[in-house]
Design a protein around this ligand. Sequence first.
Ligand SMILES: Cc1ncc(COP(=O)(O)O)c(C=O)c1O
Length: 454
Amino acid sequence: MTPQPIQPDPRAGAAVKAADRAHVFHSWSAQELIDPLAVAGAEGSYFWDYDGRRYLDFTSGLVFTNIGYQHPKVVAAIQEQAARMTTFAPAFAIEARSEAARLIAERTPGDLDKIFFTNAGADAVEHAVRMARLHTGRPKVLSAYRSYHGGTQQAVNITGDPRRWASDSGSAGVVRFWAPFLYRSRFYAETEEQECARALEHLETTIAFEGPGTIAAIVLETIPGTAGIMVPPPGYLAGVREICDRHGIVFVLDEVMAGFGRTGSWFAADLFGVVPDLMTFAKGVNSGYVPLGGVAISAEIAETFARRPYPGGLTYSGHPLACAAAVATIHVMAEEGIVENAARLGAEVVGPGLRELAERHRSVGEVRGVGMFWALELVRNKETREPLVPYNAAGEANAAMAAFGAAAKAAGIWPFINMNRTHVVPPCNATEAELKEGLAALDTALSAADEFTE
Ligand SMILES: Cc1ncc(COP(=O)(O)O)c(C=O)c1O
C-alpha cells in the first residue's frame, strides 16, 4: 500500500498527550512511569505520530489487526451497519449476528457449530470454563504455565504468567502444568519426540494425582502467544485430545491470538488436525475494529444447554456493529487470500529472514513460529541460553530489552516485546516489501541487543 503523506501537527499531539496523561488510566502500568505515544493515524501495516514519524507495525496492535488498519471494505461495512441498525439487544435474531455466526461456524473445525458471542477474549475464556464446569459437573480446570488467557478474574487465574500473581486469590480450582517447549525443556528432553512424550506423561500424572473425576477442562492456547509462540511438537495436541476423551474432560483451545489467519490457516487447530470441544476467539475475528470475542461450541456441549438454560450472558453479546465488522473481515480475508498470504510469506520470507538474522546476531538464541506468528528468543549466551534479561525483569535489569526496543523504533518498526523475546507478528496481509523493510529494521535493532551479550 502506498503510504499517505503525513501532515505533522505537534501541537495537536501535545494536547492529545496531555489529556491522556491527565485522565486515562492505562492497562498493566504504573501510571506515572509510562509515556504513551500519541498516534495521529494508521493505514494498512503502518501508523504515525503527530511529529510525522511513521512506524511499520510489527505488533498488529496487540496481535489483532490481521487485515491491517482501516481496511476500506470493513470500515464501509461498519458505517453501513451504523446507518441501518447500530445496536440491538442480544435476545433477538439480527442479520449481522446471524451471518457472523454462520461464517465463523463454517470455518471452525469439526462440529463447533454454535457461537456464543462475548465482548473480547477474556470473557470468552470465562464462559468456556463455565460451560465446561456445567457440562461435566466437575470443579477443576487445568492450564499451562507460560500462557495468557485474559485479564478478568477467572481468565487471569487460568493464566500462567506473572500478570496473574497480583490477582491469585481466585485461583481455586485451577491447577497448572507444563506444556512442551523444547528450547527451555522442563523434561530434560533433547528432541521434539522426547519433549512431546514426556509432556504428555506429565499431564497424565497431574491428572491422576488431581483426580480425573474432579477435572472439568484442560485449557490450552493452541500455540501459546504472548508467552512465547511455542509451536507444540507433532502429536502433542492429539495426545491431549485423547487424554481428555479418556477422562471425560472438556478440551478448550484458546485461539484468541492464534485464530483467524495468524498462523497461515483459519485456526491453528487446523495445523494439527485437532478438534477441541470448545474454542475461544476474539482479536482477528474482525481485526479488532469493534470489540468482539466468542466461544465456538461442539454439538455435545450445545446439547447440554438445549433444554436447560445457559446461566450466562452479556448486554452486548453479538453487537451488530462488531458482527458486521466480522462479516466484512471474513469476506475480505477470503477474497484477498489473506490466510494464504500469511502462510506463504511466513514460509518464504519471514521464517528464512529471521533464521538468517539468527545466524548473524549473537543475541538470537532461537527462532520459532509459523505464518505471521514468530518469536525470537534473545539470550546473553547462545550456549547457556541465559535469557538476555531475567524473567519478569523491570527497570535497570531490563536495560537490554529497552535498548533493543528503542533501536527498533529508531529504525522504523514498532516491536512486540515480552520479557527476553521479540515477537514478529505483522498483519497477515503485509506485503513482501513491507516484511523485508521490517526485517532490515530488526537487523539494526538486534545489533543493539548484541551489545548486551557475553
Ligand atoms: C490467547 C489469549 N486469550 C485471551 C486473551 C484475552 O483477550 P482480551 O484482551 O480481548 O480480553 C488474549 C489477549 O491477548 C490472548 O492472547
